[in-house]
Design a protein around this ligand. Structure first.
Ligand SMILES: *Cc1c(COP(=O)(O)O)cnc(C)c1O
Length: 337
Protein backbone atom coordinates (compact mmCIF):
# COMPACT_ATOMS: atom_id res chain seq x y z
CA UNK A 1 0.00 0.00 0.00
CA UNK A 2 1.29 3.49 -0.81
CA UNK A 3 0.75 5.92 2.07
CA UNK A 4 -1.66 8.80 1.32
CA UNK A 5 -0.15 12.01 -0.10
CA UNK A 6 0.63 14.82 2.27
CA UNK A 7 1.43 18.51 1.82
CA UNK A 8 4.03 20.34 3.94
CA UNK A 9 2.00 23.23 5.38
CA UNK A 10 2.89 23.23 9.09
CA UNK A 11 6.00 24.62 10.75
CA UNK A 12 7.46 21.45 12.29
CA UNK A 13 8.65 20.10 14.64
CA UNK A 14 6.73 22.20 17.15
CA UNK A 15 8.70 22.80 20.38
CA UNK A 16 8.27 21.19 23.78
CA UNK A 17 7.76 23.62 26.65
CA UNK A 18 7.99 23.07 30.37
CA UNK A 19 7.83 25.22 33.46
CA UNK A 20 8.17 24.46 37.20
CA UNK A 21 5.41 26.94 38.00
CA UNK A 22 3.06 25.25 35.53
CA UNK A 23 3.88 21.84 37.02
CA UNK A 24 3.01 23.19 40.48
CA UNK A 25 -0.30 24.57 39.20
CA UNK A 26 -1.26 21.32 37.45
CA UNK A 27 0.20 18.93 40.04
CA UNK A 28 2.16 16.80 37.53
CA UNK A 29 5.33 16.98 35.46
CA UNK A 30 4.00 18.41 32.19
CA UNK A 31 5.66 18.80 28.82
CA UNK A 32 3.58 21.05 26.59
CA UNK A 33 3.73 20.18 22.89
CA UNK A 34 3.29 23.56 21.25
CA UNK A 35 0.98 22.70 18.38
CA UNK A 36 -0.38 26.20 18.83
CA UNK A 37 2.86 27.09 16.98
CA UNK A 38 2.27 25.04 13.81
CA UNK A 39 2.00 28.28 11.87
CA UNK A 40 1.03 31.93 11.87
CA UNK A 41 -2.63 32.94 11.73
CA UNK A 42 -3.49 29.43 10.52
CA UNK A 43 -1.85 27.80 13.60
CA UNK A 44 -3.33 25.03 15.71
CA UNK A 45 -3.98 21.32 15.45
CA UNK A 46 -6.05 21.49 12.24
CA UNK A 47 -3.03 22.08 9.99
CA UNK A 48 -1.69 18.58 10.58
CA UNK A 49 -5.00 17.10 9.40
CA UNK A 50 -5.28 19.53 6.50
CA UNK A 51 -1.85 18.48 5.22
CA UNK A 52 -3.54 15.22 4.23
CA UNK A 53 -7.03 16.52 3.41
CA UNK A 54 -5.91 19.35 1.15
CA UNK A 55 -3.44 17.01 -0.58
CA UNK A 56 -6.47 14.85 -1.44
CA UNK A 57 -8.36 17.94 -2.62
CA UNK A 58 -5.50 18.90 -4.98
CA UNK A 59 -5.16 15.32 -6.18
CA UNK A 60 -8.83 15.44 -7.18
CA UNK A 61 -8.25 18.78 -8.98
CA UNK A 62 -10.62 20.61 -6.67
CA UNK A 63 -10.85 24.39 -6.93
CA UNK A 64 -13.16 24.91 -3.93
CA UNK A 65 -13.20 23.48 -0.41
CA UNK A 66 -16.33 23.25 1.71
CA UNK A 67 -16.21 22.70 5.45
CA UNK A 68 -18.26 23.44 8.57
CA UNK A 69 -17.95 24.30 12.25
CA UNK A 70 -19.12 26.65 14.96
CA UNK A 71 -19.14 30.36 14.17
CA UNK A 72 -15.80 30.65 16.03
CA UNK A 73 -14.38 27.47 14.47
CA UNK A 74 -10.58 27.25 14.52
CA UNK A 75 -10.83 24.54 11.88
CA UNK A 76 -12.81 26.76 9.50
CA UNK A 77 -10.29 29.60 9.95
CA UNK A 78 -7.31 27.31 9.28
CA UNK A 79 -9.07 25.81 6.25
CA UNK A 80 -9.87 29.26 4.85
CA UNK A 81 -6.26 30.44 5.09
CA UNK A 82 -4.64 27.24 3.84
CA UNK A 83 -7.15 26.97 0.99
CA UNK A 84 -6.15 30.48 -0.11
CA UNK A 85 -2.45 29.58 0.21
CA UNK A 86 -3.10 26.78 -2.29
CA UNK A 87 -5.26 28.89 -4.61
CA UNK A 88 -8.53 27.25 -3.59
CA UNK A 89 -11.81 28.99 -2.73
CA UNK A 90 -13.10 28.38 0.85
CA UNK A 91 -16.82 27.95 1.57
CA UNK A 92 -17.70 27.73 5.28
CA UNK A 93 -21.00 26.61 6.83
CA UNK A 94 -20.88 28.07 10.34
CA UNK A 95 -23.34 27.30 13.13
CA UNK A 96 -24.89 30.30 14.86
CA UNK A 97 -26.98 29.84 18.00
CA UNK A 98 -29.51 32.63 17.45
CA UNK A 99 -31.44 33.74 14.34
CA UNK A 100 -29.84 36.39 12.07
CA UNK A 101 -28.10 38.81 12.21
CA UNK A 102 -24.95 36.69 12.68
CA UNK A 103 -22.64 37.38 15.67
CA UNK A 104 -19.83 39.95 15.39
CA UNK A 105 -17.04 39.05 12.98
CA UNK A 106 -14.32 38.94 15.60
CA UNK A 107 -11.73 36.27 16.46
CA UNK A 108 -11.76 33.41 13.99
CA UNK A 109 -14.67 34.87 12.02
CA UNK A 110 -12.67 38.03 11.37
CA UNK A 111 -9.93 35.96 9.75
CA UNK A 112 -12.49 33.99 7.71
CA UNK A 113 -13.83 37.25 6.32
CA UNK A 114 -10.36 38.67 5.63
CA UNK A 115 -9.56 35.49 3.69
CA UNK A 116 -12.63 36.16 1.57
CA UNK A 117 -14.25 32.90 2.59
CA UNK A 118 -17.87 32.51 1.58
CA UNK A 119 -19.46 32.27 5.03
CA UNK A 120 -22.97 30.84 5.26
CA UNK A 121 -24.48 31.06 8.75
CA UNK A 122 -26.60 28.00 9.55
CA UNK A 123 -28.86 27.02 12.46
CA UNK A 124 -28.10 24.37 15.12
CA UNK A 125 -30.83 22.27 13.51
CA UNK A 126 -29.14 22.50 10.09
CA UNK A 127 -25.81 21.75 11.73
CA UNK A 128 -27.12 18.42 12.97
CA UNK A 129 -27.46 17.43 9.27
CA UNK A 130 -24.08 18.96 8.37
CA UNK A 131 -22.82 16.13 6.18
CA UNK A 132 -25.96 16.10 4.03
CA UNK A 133 -25.96 19.90 3.92
CA UNK A 134 -22.34 20.03 2.75
CA UNK A 135 -23.17 17.46 0.06
CA UNK A 136 -26.05 19.70 -1.07
CA UNK A 137 -23.77 22.75 -1.22
CA UNK A 138 -21.19 20.71 -3.16
CA UNK A 139 -23.87 19.72 -5.68
CA UNK A 140 -24.99 23.35 -5.96
CA UNK A 141 -21.45 24.61 -6.59
CA UNK A 142 -20.74 21.77 -9.00
CA UNK A 143 -23.83 22.73 -11.02
CA UNK A 144 -22.27 26.22 -11.25
CA UNK A 145 -19.07 24.77 -12.74
CA UNK A 146 -16.94 24.50 -9.58
CA UNK A 147 -14.97 21.43 -8.48
CA UNK A 148 -15.67 21.24 -4.74
CA UNK A 149 -13.99 19.05 -2.13
CA UNK A 150 -15.81 18.50 1.17
CA UNK A 151 -13.85 18.40 4.44
CA UNK A 152 -15.82 17.03 7.41
CA UNK A 153 -16.27 18.85 10.73
CA UNK A 154 -12.90 19.49 12.38
CA UNK A 155 -11.08 17.78 9.50
CA UNK A 156 -11.94 14.60 11.36
CA UNK A 157 -11.83 11.63 9.02
CA UNK A 158 -9.52 8.63 9.03
CA UNK A 159 -7.34 10.48 6.52
CA UNK A 160 -7.19 13.67 8.61
CA UNK A 161 -6.32 11.67 11.74
CA UNK A 162 -3.08 10.54 10.12
CA UNK A 163 -1.71 13.99 10.90
CA UNK A 164 -1.77 13.08 14.60
CA UNK A 165 -0.28 9.64 14.07
CA UNK A 166 2.64 11.55 12.51
CA UNK A 167 2.65 14.06 15.39
CA UNK A 168 3.21 11.20 17.83
CA UNK A 169 6.25 10.07 15.83
CA UNK A 170 7.55 13.64 16.16
CA UNK A 171 6.92 13.50 19.94
CA UNK A 172 8.64 10.10 20.24
CA UNK A 173 11.73 11.59 18.61
CA UNK A 174 11.69 14.57 20.99
CA UNK A 175 11.28 12.32 24.04
CA UNK A 176 14.05 10.08 22.69
CA UNK A 177 16.38 13.10 22.60
CA UNK A 178 15.34 14.04 26.13
CA UNK A 179 14.26 17.52 25.02
CA UNK A 180 13.47 19.79 27.98
CA UNK A 181 14.52 16.96 30.29
CA UNK A 182 11.67 14.76 29.07
CA UNK A 183 11.66 11.03 29.90
CA UNK A 184 11.69 8.49 27.01
CA UNK A 185 8.00 7.78 27.70
CA UNK A 186 5.34 9.76 29.56
CA UNK A 187 2.48 8.34 31.62
CA UNK A 188 -0.16 10.00 29.43
CA UNK A 189 -0.81 12.25 26.47
CA UNK A 190 -3.56 14.73 27.35
CA UNK A 191 -5.52 16.89 24.91
CA UNK A 192 -8.87 18.53 24.17
CA UNK A 193 -11.36 16.56 22.09
CA UNK A 194 -13.98 18.29 19.93
CA UNK A 195 -14.57 16.28 16.76
CA UNK A 196 -12.46 13.22 17.59
CA UNK A 197 -9.86 13.23 14.83
CA UNK A 198 -7.00 14.32 17.06
CA UNK A 199 -7.91 11.67 19.64
CA UNK A 200 -8.04 8.94 16.99
CA UNK A 201 -4.64 9.87 15.55
CA UNK A 202 -2.98 10.39 18.94
CA UNK A 203 -4.32 7.05 20.21
CA UNK A 204 -2.93 5.15 17.21
CA UNK A 205 0.30 7.14 17.13
CA UNK A 206 1.01 6.93 20.88
CA UNK A 207 0.71 3.13 20.70
CA UNK A 208 2.63 2.82 17.43
CA UNK A 209 5.53 5.01 18.52
CA UNK A 210 5.63 4.06 22.21
CA UNK A 211 4.90 7.56 23.50
CA UNK A 212 2.66 6.64 26.44
CA UNK A 213 0.50 3.83 27.84
CA UNK A 214 -2.49 6.22 28.11
CA UNK A 215 -4.18 8.93 26.05
CA UNK A 216 -6.64 11.14 27.94
CA UNK A 217 -8.98 12.95 25.55
CA UNK A 218 -10.84 15.70 27.42
CA UNK A 219 -14.22 16.17 25.73
CA UNK A 220 -15.35 19.78 25.33
CA UNK A 221 -18.85 18.81 24.18
CA UNK A 222 -21.10 15.73 23.87
CA UNK A 223 -20.15 12.80 26.16
CA UNK A 224 -18.06 9.66 26.58
CA UNK A 225 -20.49 7.40 24.67
CA UNK A 226 -20.61 9.81 21.71
CA UNK A 227 -16.83 10.11 21.45
CA UNK A 228 -16.28 6.38 21.91
CA UNK A 229 -18.50 5.85 18.88
CA UNK A 230 -16.87 8.61 16.82
CA UNK A 231 -13.27 7.67 17.63
CA UNK A 232 -13.93 3.96 17.00
CA UNK A 233 -15.17 4.88 13.51
CA UNK A 234 -12.21 7.20 12.85
CA UNK A 235 -9.68 4.66 14.10
CA UNK A 236 -11.25 1.98 11.88
CA UNK A 237 -11.03 4.40 8.91
CA UNK A 238 -7.42 5.31 9.65
CA UNK A 239 -6.02 1.81 10.23
CA UNK A 240 -6.02 0.66 6.58
CA UNK A 241 -4.24 3.90 5.61
CA UNK A 242 -1.28 3.07 7.88
CA UNK A 243 1.73 1.05 6.77
CA UNK A 244 1.70 -0.59 10.20
CA UNK A 245 -1.06 -0.20 12.78
CA UNK A 246 -0.94 -1.11 16.48
CA UNK A 247 -3.12 -3.97 17.69
CA UNK A 248 -4.60 -1.96 20.56
CA UNK A 249 -4.81 1.70 21.47
CA UNK A 250 -4.78 3.40 24.87
CA UNK A 251 -7.58 6.00 24.43
CA UNK A 252 -9.66 7.09 27.41
CA UNK A 253 -12.30 9.77 26.95
CA UNK A 254 -13.15 12.01 29.89
CA UNK A 255 -16.22 14.28 29.80
CA UNK A 256 -16.19 15.61 33.37
CA UNK A 257 -14.54 18.92 32.52
CA UNK A 258 -16.50 20.06 29.46
CA UNK A 259 -18.15 22.89 31.38
CA UNK A 260 -21.71 24.18 30.89
CA UNK A 261 -21.75 23.86 27.07
CA UNK A 262 -19.56 23.83 23.96
CA UNK A 263 -17.77 27.16 23.88
CA UNK A 264 -18.93 28.08 27.40
CA UNK A 265 -16.51 27.65 30.32
CA UNK A 266 -17.10 27.85 34.08
CA UNK A 267 -15.72 30.87 35.98
CA UNK A 268 -13.14 28.49 37.53
CA UNK A 269 -11.99 27.38 34.08
CA UNK A 270 -11.76 30.99 32.87
CA UNK A 271 -9.79 31.92 35.97
CA UNK A 272 -7.48 28.93 35.44
CA UNK A 273 -6.58 30.32 31.99
CA UNK A 274 -5.38 33.48 33.74
CA UNK A 275 -3.53 31.45 36.40
CA UNK A 276 -1.66 29.54 33.66
CA UNK A 277 -0.74 32.74 31.82
CA UNK A 278 0.54 34.34 35.04
CA UNK A 279 2.46 31.24 36.10
CA UNK A 280 4.12 30.41 32.81
CA UNK A 281 3.36 32.87 30.02
CA UNK A 282 1.41 30.16 28.22
CA UNK A 283 -1.97 31.26 26.82
CA UNK A 284 -4.77 28.69 26.62
CA UNK A 285 -8.17 29.19 24.99
CA UNK A 286 -11.60 29.04 26.67
CA UNK A 287 -13.18 26.52 24.24
CA UNK A 288 -10.62 23.68 24.14
CA UNK A 289 -7.18 23.86 25.74
CA UNK A 290 -8.24 25.74 28.88
CA UNK A 291 -10.83 23.06 29.70
CA UNK A 292 -8.42 20.22 28.88
CA UNK A 293 -5.53 21.39 31.08
CA UNK A 294 -8.00 22.34 33.83
CA UNK A 295 -9.28 18.76 33.60
CA UNK A 296 -5.78 17.37 34.03
CA UNK A 297 -5.23 19.61 37.08
CA UNK A 298 -8.51 18.37 38.62
CA UNK A 299 -8.10 14.67 37.82
CA UNK A 300 -8.11 12.34 40.85
CA UNK A 301 -5.92 9.64 39.24
CA UNK A 302 -3.49 12.11 37.75
CA UNK A 303 -0.56 10.83 35.66
CA UNK A 304 2.84 11.71 37.18
CA UNK A 305 4.25 12.76 33.81
CA UNK A 306 2.16 14.06 30.94
CA UNK A 307 2.53 15.40 27.46
CA UNK A 308 -0.12 18.09 27.06
CA UNK A 309 -0.95 18.88 23.45
CA UNK A 310 -1.54 22.60 23.11
CA UNK A 311 -3.83 22.47 20.11
CA UNK A 312 -4.12 26.25 19.59
CA UNK A 313 -7.33 28.29 19.56
CA UNK A 314 -5.88 31.71 20.30
CA UNK A 315 -8.29 33.67 18.02
CA UNK A 316 -11.27 32.23 19.94
CA UNK A 317 -9.97 34.00 23.05
CA UNK A 318 -10.74 37.38 21.51
CA UNK A 319 -14.39 36.49 21.01
CA UNK A 320 -14.70 35.93 24.81
CA UNK A 321 -12.58 38.77 26.13
CA UNK A 322 -15.08 40.27 28.55
CA UNK A 323 -15.94 36.96 30.24
CA UNK A 324 -12.24 36.15 30.61
CA UNK A 325 -11.42 39.49 32.18
CA UNK A 326 -14.42 39.27 34.52
CA UNK A 327 -13.16 35.90 35.80
CA UNK A 328 -9.71 37.19 36.81
CA UNK A 329 -9.60 38.28 40.45
CA UNK A 330 -6.91 40.92 39.96
CA UNK A 331 -7.39 42.04 36.37
CA UNK A 332 -7.33 45.77 36.14
CA UNK A 333 -5.87 48.55 34.07
CA UNK A 334 -4.81 51.49 36.20
CA UNK A 335 -5.59 54.98 35.12
CA UNK A 336 -2.38 56.94 34.93
CA UNK A 337 -3.39 59.85 32.74
C1 LIG B 1 -10.43 21.48 16.90
C2 LIG B 1 -9.67 21.76 18.14
C3 LIG B 1 -9.47 20.76 19.10
C4 LIG B 1 -10.08 19.40 19.02
O1 LIG B 1 -9.57 18.61 18.02
P1 LIG B 1 -10.53 17.51 17.35
O2 LIG B 1 -9.66 16.78 16.46
O3 LIG B 1 -11.59 18.30 16.64
O4 LIG B 1 -11.13 16.69 18.44
C5 LIG B 1 -8.72 21.07 20.21
N1 LIG B 1 -8.20 22.29 20.38
C6 LIG B 1 -8.38 23.29 19.49
C7 LIG B 1 -7.81 24.62 19.78
C8 LIG B 1 -9.12 23.04 18.33
O5 LIG B 1 -9.31 24.03 17.46
Amino acid sequence: MTPPKKLALAHLPTPLFRSDALDALVGARVWVKRDDMTGGAEAGNKIRKLEYLLAAALEQSADTVITCGGFQSNHARATALLARRLGLRPVLLLRTLAPPPPPPTTGNALIDVLAGAEVRAISPEQYRRRDALMADVAAELQAGGARPYVIPEGGSSGLGSLGYVDAMREVAEQLGRGEQGAPPRVDAVVHACGSGGTAAGVALGAALHGVSPAVLAMAVCDDVAYFERVTARLIAEARPLLVSAPAAHPLRIIDAYKGPAYGVATPEQLRFIGDVARASGLVLDPVYTGKALYGLAQLADKPKTALFLHTGGLPGLFAQGEALVAAQPDARVSDSW
